[in-house]
Design a protein around this ligand. Structure first.
Ligand SMILES: Nc1ncnc2c1ncn2[C@@H]1O[C@H](COP(=O)(O)OP(=O)(O)OP(=O)(O)O)[C@@H](O)[C@H]1O
Ligand SMILES: C[C@H](N)[C@@H](CCCCCC(=O)O)NC(=O)O
Length: 128
């Protein structure tokens, strides 16, 4: 059974993406089959009508992972807000079943999965 490494933080801008990139690089350098998954990414850049999942691009570049960064995320939103608000503002709904399905697919396709986790509690608190 493969391993999953969850990178969680108590807030935004605390280094989850950077640590994910370093970890993934270390795993790949050690010859371990590894990849990256981020359930919800907000604050994506809009270029030519397409959303660029910046965190996933950064992690793939740091680690030298030749995956399409877009495949590393389930949801990608432009507003730089907490996930539920970014989804709301984008007129979308975050479905747990989609995240569970994508997570299971990523797990099946790799030995070690690095997951940058959303600080949900922090975000929910900020909504109050
Ligand atoms: N190599 C580096 N040296 C110094 N600072 C860095 C380096 N890489 C990233 N940073 C800075 O560290 C901070 C945290 O980076 P990071 O994007 O990893 O946080 P994060 O927890 O993933 O944030 P978010 O929740 O917004 O995605 C950023 O301000 C970034 O500019
Ligand atoms: C673009 C950044 N990397 C980040 C921005 C998150 C902003 C959250 C703001 C908030 O706490 O309400 N997006 C993300 O982690 O999915």
């Amino acid at each position: 059974m493969g391993k999953t490494l969850f990178i969680a933080g108590t807030g935004t801008d605390v280094g989850k993406t950077y640590v994910s990139g370093l970890l993934l690089k270390a795993l790949l350098d050690a010859g371990i089959q590894a990849s990256y998954y981020k359930p919800v990414l907000s604050g994506a850049l809009s270029r030519g009508g397409r959303l660029i999942p910046g965190d996933a691009v950064q992690v793939c570049q740091m680690a030298g992972l030749h995956h399409d960064p877009g495949d590393c995320v389930s949801y990608c939103f432009e507003p730089a807000l907490s996930p539920h608000l970014a989804a709301k503002e984008s007129g979308e709904t975050i479905e747990l079943s989609k995240i569970q399905g994508d997570f299971a697919t990523h797990k099946k396709n790799t030995d070690t999965l690095v997951v940058a986790y959303i600080p949900v509690l922090h975000h929910e608190e900020r909504r109050c």
